[in-house]
Design a binder for this molecule. Sequence first.
Ligand code: FDA
Length: 519
Amino acid sequence: WAASAHNHEDFLHCLSLHSPNSSSISKIIYTPNDSSYSSVLNFSIHNLRFATPQTPKPQVIVTPLQVTEIKASIICAKTTGFQIRTRSGGHDYEGLSYVSDVPFIVVDLINLRSINVDAENNVAWVQSGATIGELYYRIAKKSKTLGFPAGVCPTVGVGGHFSGGGYGLMLRKFGLAVDNVIDAYFIDVNGNLHDRKSMGEDVFWALRGGGGASFGIVVAWKIKLLQVPPIVTVFTVTRNLEQNATNLIHRWQYIASKQDDRLFIRIIIRGVNSTNPQHGSQRTLEAAFNSMFLGKSEELLPIMQNTFPELGLTKEDCIEMSWIESILYFAGFPSGQPLNVLLDRTPLFPKRFFKAKSDYVNEPIPKAALEGTWELFNEEEAEAAEMILSPYGGIMDEISESETPFPHRAGNLYKIQHLVYWEEEGEDIAERHINWIRKLYSFVGPYVSKNPRAAYINYRDLDIGMNNKNGKTSYEEASVWGVKYFKGNFKRLVSIKTKVDPSNFFMNEQSIPSILPSW
Ligand code: FDA
């Protein structure tokens, strides 16, 4: 980034020259002098770790209303020496869509969120700036028996989510969001707009799970819509340690990935504080078996009786609803809320500081190791910590590792998301919590996938490795983190990146590096 003076006036001037309607440019530009700059910047920040006064801020935020304004932003950032951070929903766990150490602008796609559902042909076009909640809502408005297998939290942005894979409670039946993407509009480093045909199958492959931000800017995605039954069944059965939680979690490891592929039972493990007359105030561990079945409870109950009777699921635990109502249920909305709450981009729960990590599990974790893990949840920093265990199997076992860049397919019993939250600002507070989650990660290390210790790119974790900050990153250096996210697909991603963006313009701490032969 030695290029130029990083003067945002130069960038704005360039933008007005390159925009078809230069008089409307002021409507899509925010600089630190504008009164609404902070609210526009903060609105889509979901991790408060990256909303402190010390967090580096963009010199300009551009909120394009049309594709030509994205093209102009790319061309002008290049010529004036700014880095671009592209933001769709802003849920990146490490803030990479709106934080950089070098002078940068944010291209925020919040205004590009149109959704066009064609229920007759079971397809839809969705722009990257839409949230998955908006997408689900628009599908449900057109059909009661079509759905889409993406994430759980409705405020997640389509752009980043699809770029990294994207999964939710229909993973075992329909795979990831990207397994159901059939076309895309993408703008390359020269500002050219492509569809699947003109970008070519290599780039189209890379966009579907190779992680956002490396190849260019994806404007819109064409997706296949999938048949869901008119009634699905959900349940949440919670057990604490005294109610046999450890044995149930242990047993779950053997059956969850081998179930009927319509059934997804995840486990959310957390410590809870309670008081009881005998022991006074106490902290115990709780496991919530949180589940969706694509069918009615009368069909689910015998399946559970045959495969997981230990959980003791009863008819009373089961709630039948439509697929779209299940989206509200898992998002945490109280029952009876109108569906249009899915259009709200403001999160249901207050924003917090957090750090997350991920793991894949190939062999059941022994009981003693589970018990050792629970010990860590008694520590002060784990007050608001969670482990979320999501089963694999089903169609995930049938899709080859190289079908998309997302490689975590057959052989995985489940994925773990480790999370720790806190509410107060302060470097020492952040450090204590981050150290706690690193300790947890190190404790479970012997029991999870190895060589590589696999990770999910959408649960971005800069601890697993980063590109060089001020220089070129070699293939070997980038492989440290790249192989964990992409396994054998990393090599192909690097080769595609080198072709599509040889100067490595689109870069961040974990972008796919361009490796030119002269390096
Ligand atoms: P954001 O805008 O921060 O982008 C993420 C990355 O993609 C950045 O590097 C960004 O530059 C890049 N990018 C964004 N838009 C782009 C575009 N149009 N073109 C090119 N690059 C682009 N995941 C999951 O699989 N299932 C789940 O259920 C959940 N649930 C969940 C809940 C909550 C509360 C959070 C905070 C996160 C999740 N996630 C998740 C993880 C989520 O999938 C991940 O953070 C996505 O990258 C978020 O996409 P956004 O567009 O919101 O992020």
